[in-house]
Write a protein that binds this ligand. Structure first.
Ligand code: FRU
Length: 513
């Protein structure tokens, strides 16, 4: 027996999805079956398949009463929708089933840990939203909420912690068979802390320790924690709210932080050493990771940001995408990201250019040129399209002065262009999507600090109709942005104010026939 709320969500998504054509969606980035999507949830490998759930409101493309949507994949790129997995249908989660994670129980069932949200009136008559941690068990597709929910209630939060900001459980089984859960919480200093709970059977939990504290350094409340060991380091990923900018590292608003440090598995102590943004672009938040069967740590995030959701139109049939899954490594204290190697299986129509001279004879991109008279720069035959894997290498031409600015314009025609600007003298890479179909005054550009010698830089750019992910210098930095550009704008142009050498390898990505 499924609840009325879940049945209604399932009926709605089945009825509405037929109204969305394939062309209205990206080719291999997951979008909601219908309506609204935010965070990835319960990203897990279960019985040989990748399961990805997501924060979901199927009834329209705005955030609403949260459900869990569901999709399944064998290669992390072709996703098949499954029926909505969870609805807010119990007296402890009636106001939303918020983000969480999944794992496999010893008996082979899937276990979901999520945050139940319940509106209450406090003793002063004020509305509060109580958040507690809850479980659901099932066969990977249909779930039964645990009768002992909530398993972690407000009275298990340490002194001073908020009962309203207490969410996004990350659950895992340790090698010794015991269980751990990290939960994000707002502490008495008004900023985030990550709490660690433990259990011997995954159902009965106790508070173990405060695993990490923000101490008002990176934003305020931290959301969506994930923790893993990689390349001899402990890695804590969090998504902070209310960040202040810090140089080029962090920007205002909702951000992403990767804390890299040492981890002692005996005392379960994480000691931070370095911090960095996870993505330096516009649209990335709330990331989760999994371990693939061949031992790769793979991450994906919500390819959107709360500060820019205003870009969408309430009449859109869907809103929200997941990023490309990315393989992670730690090298020299930094996080490296690469598109999952599975993507390379779908590369077609290779086109290659080596050391093409882009001349600085006045051909520069002008954002203000009149439609029709624009020369955005050099076009290379065979290098265009909106679902591409594009490798670009740039350096200054021998014996020439170093250029000030090299611009790559993508998704371009006479009206539209999305630019990647490279300024070696300032060590800046800038993405700019002002001319990418947005009709809203939200953030459209971001800069990252990238040291370059002689203007040398290597980019791998993945385009999938409505997004661009730019992997800089073998993934030492990534800049991600969604686009709304009409699909007929598929030109790619290269321009420079001095002479530069350009090498390009382009592949079309063809995932669905
Ligand atoms: C992060 C977040 C989570 C919460 C969910 C609600 O984007 O705010 O903290 O669980 O979204 O949809």
């Amino acid at each position: 027996m499924i609840s009325q709320r879940l049945r209604k969500a399932r009926e709605t998504e089945e009825a509405f999805e037929t109204r969305i054509s394939m062309e209205q969606r990206p080719m291999f980035h997951l979008t909601p079956r219908t309506g609204w999507m935010n965070d990835p949830n319960g990203f897990t490998l279960y019985q040989g398949k990748y399961h990805l759930f997501y924060q979901y409101y199927p009834y329209n493309s705005s955030w609403g009463l949260m459900h869990w949507g569901h999709a399944v994949s064998e290669d992390l790129l072709h996703w098949e929708y499954a029926p909505a997995a969870l609805a807010p249908d119990e007296n402890y989660d009636l106001d939303g089933v918020f983000s969480g994670s999944a794992a496999e129980l010893p008996d082979g069932r899937m276990l979901i840990a999520y945050t139940g949200v319940l509106e209450e009136i406090d003793e002063d008559g004020l509305k509060i939203y109580r958040q507690t941690q809850c479980l659901a068990e099932g066969d990977g597709y249909n779930f039964k909420k645990y009768k002992g929910n909530p398993v972690i209630s407000s009275d298990m939060i340490p002194e001073g912690g908020s009962i309203q900001d207490f969410r996004d459980p990350k659950i895992w089984k340790r090698e010794d068979g015991t269980w751990r859960m990290l939960v994000a919480n707002r502490s008495s200093d008004d900023s985030g802390q990550i709490l660690l709970y433990r259990s011997t059977d995954a159902f009965h939990w106790e508070f173990h320790k405060i695993f990490a504290r923000n101490r008002n350094r990176f934003g305020k409340m931290w959301e969506c924690p994930d923790f893993f060991e990689l390349d001899g380091k402990g890695v804590l990923l969090v998504s902070p709210q209310d960040m202040l900018p810090s140089g080029f590292e962090y920007h205002n608003g909702n951000g992403t932080v990767c804390l890299i440090g040492s981890y002692d598995p005996v005392t379960e102590t994480f000691t931070e050493e370095t911090d960095q943004a996870v993505d330096y672009g516009i649209d990335f938040y709330a990331m989760q990771t999994i371990l693939s069967p061949d031992g790769r740590r793979i991450m994906l995030g919500w390819m959107q940001n709360w500060d820019t959701i205003g870009i969408h139109d309430a009449r859109d049939p869907w809103f929200g995408q997941m990023s490309l899954p990315r393989e992670l490594r730690i090298q020299d204290g930094r996080l490296l990201q690469k598109p999952v190697r599975e993507l390379e299986n779908f590369r077609k129509n290779k086109v290659e250019y080596h050391h093409v001279r882009v001349t600085g004879d006045g051909i520069t991109t002008s954002a203000y040129s009149e439609p029709g008279d624009v020369t955005r720069g050099l076009q290379l035959p065979g290098v265009s399209g909106r679902y591409l894997d594009l490798e670009v290498e740039i350096e200054k031409a021998d014996g020439e002065e170093l250029f000030n600015k090299f611009t790559i314009s993508l998704a371009a025609n006479e009206n539209y262009h999305t630019d990647i600007g490279i300024r070696p003298k300032e060590s800046i890479v800038k993405i700019d999507r002002k001319f990418s179909g947005s009709r809203r005054a939200v953030i459209h550009q971001r800069r990252a600090q990238v040291p370059m010698q002689e203007g040398r830089i290597k980019l791998r750019i993945i385009l999938d109709r409505y997004s661009m992910e730019v992997f800089i210098n073998d993934g030492t930095m990534v800049m991600t942005a969604t686009l709304r550009t009409t699909l007929s704008a598929d030109g790619i142009y290269f321009a420079c104010d001095k002479d530069a050498l350009l090498s390009v390898t382009k592949y079309d990505l063809e995932l669905k026939s």
